[in-house]
Design a protein. Structure first.
Length: 138
């Protein structure tokens, strides 16, 4: 059974969407497209000159795949290019950020393990995402 990339949690054991298309079509900062019991898939859209925001996930690994655009990944202060087809593996506890240094929106897909966000959540802007993070922090 095929699922559209925007469906979430319709079948917890199976996601068969076109993640490349979902990422390229996404105009929001973050859209969770699937949440399973142990990991979560989201797409992100980072505007030119912006970033995801420096963060640390103490108990969550994160894999980011650059679908389109040109950026730089900063992991524990070390800067690496992040261009189309780059895969960035961020282990739990790593301070990280992704900057869009290109001339068009940076489109990426990311996997969080375990899930980091509510299933199906959409953050239209970085500010909206940061506000949710502040509300969740004790």
């Amino acid at each position: 059974m095929k699922h559209k990339p925007t469906h979430t949690e319709d079948t917890p054991e199976f996601f068969d969407g076109n993640i490349k298309k979902a990422a390229k079509d996404n105009t929001f900062f973050r859209r969770v497209v699937y949440t399973g019991p142990h990991c979560q898939l989201a797409v992100m859209n980072i505007p030119v000159g912006e970033d995801i925001g420096e963060e640390v996930h103490p108990n969550t690994d994160q894999i980011l795949v650059i679908i389109d655009g040109h950026g730089e990944a900063i992991l524990n202060g070390q800067v690496q290019p992040a261009k189309q087809h780059s895969v960035i593996f961020v282990t739990a506890g790593t301070r990280h950020n992704i900057n869009n240094i290109g001339h068009k929106p940076l489109k990426l897909a990311t996997v969080y393990a375990p899930p980091e966000h509510a299933g199906g959540v959409v953050h239209k802007t970085k500010e909206e995402a940061m506000q949710e993070h502040v509300q969740l922090t004790p």
